[in-house]
Design a protein around this ligand. Structure first.
Ligand code: UDX
Ligand code: ADP
Length: 479
């Protein structure tokens, strides 16, 4: 018969886009995405989707109401499905054992318990959320301990490798699909059923099947490797600044070695996003629990280097502005953790803003896609400030870069949005305080052109010398 009905628990950044693409590519399968948040589901059913992701609107428009449904009726969703994806969030634990490192599996456990309560026919349950190795076993324990007569479960691990901002492309043209399951005839049969779903658009040779634990560990490993590359190049960016080398040239020279490859060698103000930090902390915690301290320390360094990079950049801003930003207006361009998303989870911009706010700066923030409320929520969060009222008065959010730059002493690029490259910096220079500083945390601007206009420019992994003429002009303006 094959899979006819899919239910996805969790309508977030993973569940929403993934199921939209499954619905698009499998017109014979009915896909229902359920969430306990009424607001989220209402947004998925509206004109303005809850997440910004290039190409997503078109896919949803094509399938919604045809074979793609968004609903809060979790009960019916689970009951009718042959296959259930668990795509709930797995944040880092904020209290108790493993606090600050281990993944909090309460939402995964909650989803498993709901399935156990509701299901009255056989189900294939697929973990899509990134979870610690052996989490599938916990899900299985919950399901089998609450087994009803005539109901059996197969648990598969099918980690999602999509990156935000390119989610639809990543889903449509996945490098690989990974499916892990039990090494039993029933387990293999379940793997086969899920393979058939993906085979609607992914060539079979790109669908890898493994045991459950390999699949779970591979997701953590892939994210750890990617983040490690960024920390490696970021560490060298500090060496470049100290020696006069240019990190972009180094990255290019290194990346042209086909054994190394050119991707994920872009030095930046540090990586952000919901996955990298969380997954590496999780890996570190697992290694500690397995009594592998050397391995734990090795991966912890990737996080430590990221913290160093974020602090290094924030401190450079303060130092360059004559060691004080108290009362100074600073424009922040970009608040999302990367371009083409409105997501701010673990965004390095939060770190930069926090440092500047602690130092007494007044911030003018602009991001093309992040909602104003989200920026304020992030900056008034207890991890950033104990005085949210003060922050509300010192943070101003704007609808375009020119407004944000008005009266600013410095402009800080935190996200690599394409539109920042096309800004009229002559116009921006006119409305800023002098001397006007630009800190390009993403290395996207034309630094020579900025120097010619009269800006003082600082970036990552490269010393920028002002030409003599600009220096003279700058000092004339200062006096
Ligand atoms: C990541 C993984 O790429 C994806 O496979 C996994 O499923 C989820 O985690 P995501 O966090 O959405 O995806 O975005 P990604 O493109 O990996 O970027 C993460 C962070 O690294 C961003 O802050 C980005 O700006 C930064 N980055 C990326 C760099 O600083 N330099 C680079 O060269 C690449
Ligand atoms: P991710 O980035 O992993 O997709 P999100 O936070 O964007 O994470 O989405 C996870 C979604 O899962 C949220 O919308 C949350 O409301 C939903 N969720 C969590 N637990 C449950 C549950 N037990 N039942 C239904 N939805 C849930």
């Amino acid at each position: 018969m094959g899979i006819q009905k899919i239910c996805c628990i969790g309508a977030g950044y993973v569940g929403g886009p993934t199921c939209s693409v499954i619905a698009l590519k499998c017109p014979n399968i009915c896909v229902t995405v359920v969430d306990r948040s009424q607001e989220r589901i209402a947004q998925w059913n509206s004109e303005k989707l809850p997440i910004y992701e290039p190409g997503l609107d078109d896919v949803v428009k094509k399938c919604r109401g045809v074979n793609l449904f968004f609903s809060t009726d979790i009960h019916t969703g689970i009951q009718e499905a042959d296959l259930i994806f668990i795509s709930v969030n797995t944040p880092t634990k904020v209290f108790g054992n493993g606090k600050g490192r281990a993944a909090d599996l309460k939402y995964v456990e909650g989803a498993a318990r709901m399935i156990a309560d509701i299901a009255n026919s056989n189900k294939i349950v697929v973990e899509k959320s990134t979870v610690p190795v052996r989490a599938a076993e916990s899900i299985l324990n919950i399901l089998r301990a609450n087994n009803k007569p005539g109901v059996s479960y197969q648990i598969l691990s099918n980690p999602e490798f999509l990156a935000e901002g390119t989610a639809i492309e990543d889903l449509l043209h996945a490098d690989r699909v990974l499916i892990g399951g039990e090494d039993t005839p029933e387990g293999q049969l379940a793997i086969e059923e899920l393979c058939k779903v993906y085979e609607h658009w992914i060539p079979r040779k790109n669908i890898l099947t493994t045991n459950t634990w390999s699949s779970e560990l591979s997701k953590l490993a892939a994210n750890a490797f990617l983040a490690q590359r960024i920390s490696s190049i970021n560490s060298l960016s500090a060496v470049c600044e100290a020696t006069g080398a240019d990190v972009s040239e180094v990255a290019r020279a290194v990346g042209l070695d086909s054994r190394i490859g050119s991707k994920f060698l872009q030095a930046s103000i540090g990586f952000g996003g919901s996955c990298f930090q969380k997954d590496i902390l999780n890996l570190v915690y697992i290694c500690e629990c397995l009594n592998l301290p050397e391995v734990a320390n090795y991966w912890q360094q990737v996080i430590d280097m990221n913290e160093y990079q974020k602090s290094r950049f924030s401190n450079k801003i303060v130092e360059s502005l004559f060691n004080t930003v108290s009362g100074k207006h600073i424009a922040i361009l970009g608040f999302a953790f990367k371009k083409n998303t409105g997501d701010t989870r673990e965004s390095p911009a939060i770190h930069v803003c926090k440092t500047l706010l602690i130092e007494g700066a007044i911030l003018h923030i602009y991001d093309p896609k992040v909602e104003h409320d989200q920026i304020m929520a992030d900056l008034t969060h207890p991890s950033v400030t104990e005085e949210p009222e003060v922050i509300r008065k010192t943070v101003h959010i704007y609808d375009n870069a020119y407004e944000a730059a008005k009266g600013a002493h410095a402009l800080v690029v935190c996200t690599e949005w394409d539109e920042f490259m096309a800004l009229d910096f002559h116009k921006i220079y006119q409305v800023m305080m002098k001397p006007a500083y630009i800190f390009d945390g993403r290395k996207i601007l034309n630094h020579d052109a900025l120097l010619k206009i009269g800006f003082h420019v600082q970036t990552i992994g490269k010393r920028i010398q002002r030409p003599i003429q600009a220096r003279l002009w700058g000092s004339r303006v200062q006096t």
